[in-house]
Design a protein around this ligand. Structure first.
Ligand code: 4NP
Length: 167
């Protein structure tokens, strides 16, 4: 068993809808596989509007419908140090990825990639290359976020489990 944790950072724009959902789903799936002790999972936003806030109530409600609790999370902004502290930084959409790449330091520890296409899904998932921003949508937008995030998280966990020989 490796002693150092695998550090995962989920990133979206506001850090109140998509990336908190991805953090909660990934943690729950790691727990279901009894692999959670291998991971540190966090999320952040590229924007500053919602710092310190709990996730959007609609995101919390949708996640709670799948037995995932987002209520203890608090929004924060991406920090340049994150590129040195984390192993994987998953961008929810292409704008997030571009913003992250524009602030990426030399010699980062983190691999910064698009969540729905990594590691080998150039065609994305269910026709989506990006997790659509649900902020101006109805409840169905939050269910779609959960569907996409659940599907991507399972495959990413499969891949990391193999790559890091976790079991
Ligand atoms: P998120 O959604 O990036 O998935 O957290 C958004 C939340 C807030 C805003 C935009 C997107 N906003 O403009 O305040």
């Amino acid at each position: 068993m490796q002693d150092e944790k695998i550090k995962i950072l989920m990133v979206c724009l506001g850090n109140i809808c998509r990336s908190p959902t991805a953090e909660g789903v990934f943690r729950a799936q790691a727990q279901q596989r009894a692999l959670d002790h291998h991971f540190e999972i966090d999320s952040a936003g590229t924007g500053t509007w919602h710092i310190g806030e709990t996730p959007d109530s609609r995101a919390c409600k949708a996640a709670a419908g799948r037995n995932i609790d987002l209520s203890t999370q608090r929004a924060r902004t991406i920090d340049p140090q994150d590129f040195h502290d984390f192993d994987y930084i998953f961008a929810m959409d292409a704008n997030n990825l571009r913003d992250l790449q524009s602030m990426e330091p030399d010699n980062p520890r983190a691999r910064t990639v698009l969540f729905l296409t990594w590691p080998d899904r150039a065609d994305g998932r269910d026709g989506y290359l990006e997790v659509p921003d649900p902020f101006y949508s109805g409840p169905e937008g939050f269910e779609l976020v959960l569907d996409l995030v659940e599907s991507a998280s399972q495959e990413i966990l499969d891949h990391i489990e193999r790559e890091h020989k976790l079991s």
